[in-house]
Design a binder for this molecule. Structure first.
Ligand SMILES: [Ca+2]
Length: 183
């Protein structure tokens, strides 16, 4: 017991050994990784935030938060490289690599609705047009990584005319389409 009491130690170099306030080596506790996830659609659907350590598939950390502006926080994250993965119903999952070192990490993320190719926060005819322009090389339209992540809505690999058609059908109320094939 280390409580400041003097204990007699026989046959020792010291006649008496007093243990008090001795700093013990402590394993590093890691840092905090936190931020805010901005999303669209329902304000009450779960937002799942995961930290997946490099080389692993199962998340080392997971937080389920809610709200279209949802704060998350992971404590005592050891240094390393992680994939931050954010998921919410109706939204394309978003992943990005983060490096955790000695200091706390703040990482804000915005995720977008499937089909919201112009990243406006809603899916409408402009998204279908943007996709049509992107598919047509003569328009010189490029899409950001975020836009590309929400563009492949038809459930088959590649971004093509079927994705644009799916967005057109989705925004047409008469089609009665409540979600995209990829969801
Ligand atoms: Ca849009």
């Amino acid at each position: 017991m280390i409580d400041g009491t003097a204990y007699p130690v026989s046959d020792s170099y010291f006649n008496t050994l007093t243990l008090t306030d001795i700093p013990l080596p402590v394993k590093p506790k890691g840092v905090t990784v936190s931020g805010t996830v901005t999303s669209y659609g329902s304000d009450s659907d779960d937002v799942t935030v995961q930290l997946i350590e490099a080389g692993h598939t199962e998340p080392a950390y997971e937080a389920i938060v809610s709200g279209n502006s949802a704060a998350y926080s992971f404590d005592t994250v050891p240094a390393g490289t992680y994939t931050l993965k954010v998921m919410k119903k109706g939204h394309a999952p978003w992943t990005e690599e983060i490096t955790v070192g000695d200091g706390n990490v703040t990482k804000d993320v915005t995720i977008y609705l499937w089909g919201d190719v112009d990243l406006s926060g809603s899916v409408d005819i402009m998204d279908a047009l943007t996709l049509l322009w992107y598919i047509d090389p003569s328009t010189g339209t490029s899409l950001s990584d975020h836009a590309l992540s929400v563009a492949d809505v038809d459930g088959t690999p590649g971004i093509d005319i079927m994705d644009a058609l799916n967005v057109l059908w989705y925004v047409d109320p008469s089609m009665g389409m409540s979600k995209f094939p990829t969801e």
